[in-house]
Design a protein around this ligand. Structure first.
Ligand code: CS2
Length: 487
């Protein structure tokens, strides 16, 4: 406990003036700066009620923070067992700290930090697959939640399960060490059913349209192929409410962790920096008990789709546009791109006109005010939110962020020049000749570029029978617009 810092590449040297080298942990709490808000509950006495897949920065700044606050408000036994599907990085950050980490909200010069104790153990799935299954099958577990990013759902271009994916095929073949969420869930749910335990709520917290229904459909498809009897039980006993999750959480850097250490007096390898804004809207359709998240700001609604569509098309749609347009113009961070006089009008047009036109006025969302709020959030230079982080996995993001609104507008006879400018920037991005492309379909997209060239690429991607035809088939004028930008 309280071991010394071992992180590679840190410029913080042990003994450097004024900076602690003692690691955050239960035993080291006495050394934590007094301004850090303490846990208001007996965190180590809490049993786990949630298993969470994808224990990255977003989860720790969002769902874990809400759950921590719910327990501080008197709710009990909702600690979270984290599951990392790939690397052991988060386990190495949190386990030596007894699961503790700090969350710092930053805006301008202001920062406030609180301690979070909601995460219990972190299981590194490839090292310990049976522990993942045991956690899902534990009688205390009531909710399994997910932030595994868009690609974690292993969808083909038409939105169905991608059975050609090697990891999914390996799971479906019954390999004991699963590689996707589906393999682990199937094994855990089978064990629950066999033990007569109740079903679970599967809570998708990723930026997919209709995220709960998508997860339910995909999980059902997986079970129908691998274990049909369990598919019926799953549909009967489990629930998959849709959610809208929102908080901007940049990936942490070593420099950020050093900044936090200077502020809190201890080294926190699990530290997270985020904005003050946070929002979580959830459909109130749970299979069993849930935390009293409503006591700590979560909105429970009957139908989340209006919130979800506004957030995906306005916030995330603008984000992706900032990423591809901003990178082309030499920017590194969101706050720089949004201040660029060439980029900003496009972003405003996407949000205020093109995305807004697709949102039902009946939802009561004031899209103009929402856009103002988003522009403020994007301008927060204290966040240092990197454009490359948002540019990642574009093939998985653009359908719900841009292509659905393009399809809706096109059907209503409206052109979307600003969204098309952004789409052209994404096409140039995936050509891959200006910077590395971090995308599960990078190789395929580069090959399409090679064979089709600048005159054929837009039709190959967005024409009839194009790669994205399941979501949007571009009109001749939209294709002509893209062709002109890609020439
Ligand atoms: C971003 C999101 O990286 C991205 O694609 O658009 O992570 C965004 O920051 C969050 O959805 C905000 O809630």
């Amino acid at each position: 406990m309280g071991g010394s810092r071992t992180r590679k590449g840190s410029h913080l040297q042990p003994g450097q003036a004024g900076l602690s080298v003692v690691r955050l942990s239960q035993a080291a709490l006495g050394g934590l700066a007094t301004h850090v808000a303490r846990l208001g509950y007996d965190w180590q006495a809490q049993a786990c009620g949630i298993v969470h897949f994808g224990i990255g920065a977003f989860h720790r700044a969002h769902q874990a923070a809400y759950t921590d606050a719910a327990m501080a408000a008197g709710d009990r036994d909702w600690r979270i067992t984290g599951v990392s599907l790939r690397s052991g990085d988060v386990a190495a950050q949190l386990d030596p700290q007894d699961g503790l980490y700090t969350l710092t909200e930053r805006s301008g010069e202001d920062a406030s930090t609180r301690l979070i104790g909601a995460i219990g153990q972190v299981i590194v799935a490839p090292e310990n697959p049976s522990a993942v299954i045991a956690a899902i099958a534990d009688p205390g577990t009531r909710i399994v939640s997910f932030t595994v990013t868009e690609k974690g759902y292993v969808r083909a271009a038409d939105g169905s399960l991608d059975w050609s994916n090697a990891a999914l095929a390996s799971d479906a073949a019954g390999n004991a060490a699963s590689r996707t969420i589906y393999g682990y869930l199937a094994a855990g749910l089978a064990r629950r059913r066999a033990s007569g335990l109740p079903g679970l709520t599967l809570l998708c917290c990723d930026n997919l349209a209709d995220n709960g229904r998508q997860l339910q459909r995909l999980m059902t498809a997986y079970l129908e192929r691998t274990e049909p009897a369990l598919a019926d039980w799953f549909l009967r006993e489990c629930r998959c409410p849709s959610t809208m999750v929102d908080r901007i959480v940049p990936a942490m850097t070593d420099a950020d962790r050093d900044w936090v250490a200077g502020k809190i007096g201890l080294v926190d390898e699990g530290a997270i920096l985020t904005e003050r804004f946070t929002q979580w809207v959830i459909e109130d359709d749970f299979a069993g008990p849930r935390p009293r998240w409503e006591a700590v700001g979560v909105q429970f609604v009957a139908d989340v789709s209006a919130y979800e569509a506004a957030k995906l098309r306005m916030l995330n749609g603008a984000h992706s546009a900032l990423a591809y347009l901003g990178l082309e113009r030499g920017h590194a961070f969101v706050h720089q791109a949004v201040a660029d006089p060439v980029v900003r009008p496009l972003i405003e047009k996407i949000m205020r006109e093109e995305a807004a036109a697709t949102l039902a006025p009946a939802s009561g969302i004031d899209t103009f005010a929402y856009a103002d709020r988003l522009l403020d959030r994007f301008s927060n230079s204290a966040l240092q939110h990197r454009l490359v982080q948002i540019a990642m996995d574009g093939s998985q993001k653009i359908p719900q962020r841009w292509l659905e609104p393009l399809a809706i507008n096109q059907a209503a006879g409206r052109m979307c020049p600003a969204t098309l400018e952004a789409l052209a920037a994404w096409c140039r991005h995936v050509r891959g000749d200006s910077r590395p492309v971090d995308d599960p379909r990078a190789r395929e997209l580069a090959d399409i570029w090679k064979t089709k060239g600048a005159t054929g690429i837009s039709a190959a991607l967005f024409g009839e029978n194009g790669q994205f035809a399941a979501t949007w088939v571009a009109s001749p004028s939209a294709l002509a617009f893209l062709d002109q930008r890609l020439a």
